[in-house]
Design a protein around this ligand. Structure first.
Ligand code: UD1
Ligand code: CA
Length: 441
């Protein structure tokens, strides 16, 4: 039967002190909401996101999944009810958008626990080192009796270490009825989702808790908790990369994105940052202090130190990109090199071509972007300015210091610079005049 996940994301995230909705803040280069959606896609057949008024950006990030708007933020139970028409007839899970790191395997465990049949409501719980302000799960003989919110808890209840991690799974009909029965009689005058536990117990329905490690269950309510979640995810990503056969030299200094692919036998130096969408093929080396996003590094390629690969960059097998070289929407063919101080944007560089130090593509005229197409086996001398749109044919040679504005045919040599003037013996005269000027001053 179809199971539906309802993700609550209408809250303002007041403690973030941000104009951006909380669930759009990123962890490992991906908005929190997308982490949770990815896990839900692997564990549920349907996903509905509850957003707030004016939160179109959240709806955009939720695509292609459905969204409903909670017009007034009256609490988590009220938020879940806004999606009641979309609960379907199977099981329903309600999740908090700000508990973004829960994995698909854990979500499947919750569904399986419900399928065992003895419990009518299953929830996710965790034991943090510091239970802080999480809602406390009160159980007796292994059965959950009640969840008490921190604000409403007695001193004795606050000593309970089992905390609510914010996933509740039940049959759709029951979930709807329990949500409708929730009242706002608590410290915050809010409709608490957590009160469905008491609702189920009032009907003598058993409530079971499934426990998962805190690393998966942490909530993000503040910038500090966001940074802690980032650190925790980075640790896990580094470990997974190394287990997958990548060497990280100084793993604690390498920052990965949730989707970074490091094939076996890649080597990543210290202080390397991967934005979203990077694949590094086998045998490639990314040296220290490089920054990569939206790019593919071919097998055995060498990048950095201090290289910047921006979106749309593709490096062929064995290509070299050295220090202070920036590439954007550019491809380097197999064995091509840009070893020092270059900007290659909106360009194609053929196999084995060499881009000299200080070369730049002038790809932007203030309005439009233009492409530079460089063939195979081309030599571009140092400090050349390639004014796009431009094509350099296979085997062409551009002399150092050229400004090239016209296409260069195959195997042609192009020079585009002022002729040098040399005046024999004139240096001492010049120095004498300079010295006289200094004395006068
Ligand atoms: C909630 C739980 C608490 C649990 C903690 C785990 C309740 C009452 N409390 O507390 O037991 O330990 O999460 O992190 O459920 N939201 C809406 N509409 C609203 C209110 C909230 O969509 O009217 C959304 C928020 O965007 C957020 C989520 O629901 O994603 C949780 O709300 P939040 O206010 O952060 O609850 P906590 O106080 O953290
Ligand atoms: Ca929260």
């Amino acid at each position: 039967m179809t199971a539906t996940a309802i993700i609550l994301a209408a809250g303002m995230g007041t403690r973030m002190k941000s104009a951006r909705p909380k669930v759009l803040h990123g962890i490992a280069g991906r908005p929190m909401l997308r982490h949770l959606i990815a896990a839900c896609e692997a564990a549920f057949e349907r996903i509905v996101v509850v957003t707030g008024p004016g939160m179109e950006a959240v709806a955009e990030a939720a695509r292609p999944h459905a969204c409903v708007v909670q017009q007034e933020r009256l609490g988590t139970a009220h938020a879940a009810l806004q999606a009641a028409d979309l609960f379907g007839t199977g099981d329903v899970a309600v999740l908090y958008g700000d508990n973004p790191l829960i994995g698909a395997a854990t979500l499947r465990r919750l569904r399986e626990r419900l399928a065992q049949g003895d419990a009518g409501l299953v929830l996710l719980a965790t034991r943090p080192d510091d239970p802080g302000r999480y809602g406390r799960v009160l159980a007796r003989d292994g059965d959950v009796e009640r969840i008490v919110e921190w604000a409403d808890a007695s001193a004795a209840e606050r000593t309970e270490t089992l905390c609510n991690a914010g996933v509740f799974v039940a049959a759709a009909g029951r979930m709807r009825a329990w949500l409708e029965a929730v009242r706002a009689d608590n410290a915050k005058r809010e409709y608490y989702l957590t009160d469905i536990v008491a609702g189920a117990r009032a009907e003598a329905v058993r409530v079971a808790a499934v426990e998962a490690p805190f690393a998966e269950c942490r909530g993000v309510n503040s910038r500090l908790e966001l940074a802690e979640a980032e650190a925790s995810v980075q640790r896990a990503l580094r470990l997974a990369a190394m287990e997958g056969g990548a060497s990280l030299i100084g793993p604690e200094t390498v920052f990965l994105a949730a989707d970074t692919v490091l094939e076996p036998d890649t080597v990543v130096g210290p202080y390397v940052v991967f934005g979203p969408g990077v694949t590094v093929r086998t045998g490639a080396v990314v040296r220290a202090h490089s920054h990569l996003e939206g790019c593919e590094v071919g097998a055995e390629a060498v990048v950095g130190p201090f290289a910047r690969l921006r979106p749309g960059t593709v490096l062929g097998k064995g290509a070299h990109v050295g220090n202070f070289v920036e590439l954007k929407a550019a491809s380097l063919g197999a064995g091509a090199k840009a070893n020092h101080l270059a900007y290659i944007g909106d360009a194609t560089v053929g196999a084995r071509s060499n881009i000299g130090a200080g070369t730049i593509t002038c790809n932007y005229d203030g309005v439009d972007k233009h492409r530079t197409t460089i063939g195979a086996d081309v030599f571009v001398g140092s400090d050349s300015v390639l004014v796009a749109p431009l094509a350099l044919g296979d085997g062409a040679f551009v002399a150092a210091g050229s400004t090239i504005t016209e296409d260069v045919p195959e195997r042609a040599m192009a020079l585009g610079r002022a002729r040098q003037v040399t005046k024999p013996g004139r240096a001492p005269d010049l120095r004498a005049r300079q010295a006289a000027k200094l004395k006068k001053d």
